[in-house]
Design a binder for this molecule. Structure first.
Ligand SMILES: Nc1nc2c(ncn2[C@@H]2O[C@H](COP(=O)(O)OP(=O)(O)OP(=O)(O)O)[C@@H](O)[C@H]2O)c(=O)[nH]1
Ligand SMILES: [Mg+2]
Length: 330
């Protein structure tokens, strides 16, 4: 079975960005250094102008080149980017930065021409003024890219392997369950940009790799009313998983009634065209739910081995179905 990365986090390798002000400082520092030793004023001013404009436009172009191409993002990351930042906002910022790089070069070219007939220092100063105001104009755009990087940097990458995702109300024990069925040293990546975070645990079993995604808790309400935290769970279910493991807490110590929880289960069943295993958690508290496939306690470990086997067998079964589908394709 292949375990190459299926959805590499497109933001994971994005280098840190200097702010617009830091870029300007860096360019001017270098320009002053480059000016040293120049014989006459005109040569010194030309060097200063060219160094500054080249450094700025190269850095701005690099920012754009290094940023993941929004049109190529895997659906999960694209939808999450749109949810948390806004794809249109990002596109506007990227094109403003590109505009700034070109504009700075154009200002430098025209100033170089002016230096032939006018006082070079005056011309250079005025060009610096214009360049500075362009850099100030795009400072919010650079900040938006930095913010995107910060938010997405610790998002996990997802392997190309059979994948289950837990879902359920908040506090039912989803994370406890994922931790208890993942291997002794699970690879769990978390990104704490909210109080709740998606994480991925690996399970190695019978020589195969499987992955289980922990999602933030859901409430029973219409899609349009879901907040950003819940929407992450919805996007993970929609884009990343082969199987939903719905965790129910019949003890209701999670704070939500069984009526609410089973209603959410029905909603999830209607909303996603995916098989669902229903696992009833917190068995140690003595309550059971007849409608579940299995009863476990993530705390005591009761039923956890059976749950792992049930999930992995189901993933294997789904994979065989999927392989057959591929086989019958023309
Ligand atoms: N008694 C008992 N408590 C449990 C069990 N599993 C989880 N808990 C408790 O339930 C609470 C919530 O557990 P989490 O695993 O954080 O629940 P969650 O569904 O991931 O919660 P959210 O991330 O907020 O959606 C914690 O206090 C756990 O200790 C269990 O099997 N038995
Ligand atoms: Mg959790």
């Amino acid at each position: 079975m292949s375990s190459e990365i299926k959805f590499e986090n497109p933001y994971s390798k994005l280098p840190g960005l200097l702010t617009s002000e830091e870029l300007m400082d860096k360019a001017i520092r270098r320009a002053k250094r480059a000016r040293r030793g120049k014989r006459n004023i005109r040569a010194a001013e030309r060097t200063m102008l060219l160094t500054t404009s080249n450094i700025l436009s190269d850095n701005l172009k690099n920012i754009i080149r290094n940023f993941p191409s929004l049109n190529m993002l895997p659906p999960f990351y694209l939808e999450l980017t749109d949810l948390l930042i806004g794809v249109d906002r990002l596109k506007i910022s990227l094109s403003s930065i590109n505009w700034a790089a070109e504009k700075i070069n154009a200002i430098a070219r025209s100033a170089l021409r002016d230096m032939r007939k006018m006082d070079p220092k005056t011309v250079r100063r005025s060009a610096f003024g214009r360049i500075g105001s362009i850099m100030r104009e795009i400072s919010g755009d650079i900040d938006l890219l930095s913010e995107t990087r910060e938010i997405f940097r610790r998002l996990p990458s997802f392997r190309d392997c059979p994948t289950a995702a837990v879902a359920g109300f908040a506090n039912v024990g989803k994370s406890s369950f994922v931790r208890s069925i993942s291997s002794a040293k699970p690879v769990i990546a978390e990104y704490p940009f909210t109080t709740q975070a998606i994480s991925v645990g690996e399970i190695r079993y019978r020589g195969e790799i499987y992955q289980i995604i922990d999602t933030p808790g859901l409430l029973d309400r219409p899609l349009g009313e879901r907040n950003e935290i819940e929407m992450q769970a919805i996007l993970a279910l929609k884009n990343l998983t082969d199987l939903i493991v719905f965790i129910i807490d019949p003890s209701e110590t999670c704070g939500y009634s069984m009526i609410e929880q089973t209603h959410l289960l029905d909603e999830i069943g209607h909303s996603f065209n995916l098989p669902i295993l229903v696992i009833s958690n917190k068995a140690d508290l003595g309550e059971k739910f007849e409608g579940s496939n299995l009863t476990v306690s993530a705390t005591t470990g009761e039923g956890i081995d059976d749950a792992r086997r049930l999930i992995l067998d189901e993933l294997d079964r789904l994979k065989i179905k999927e392989d057959n589908k591929t086989y019958f394709k023309p």
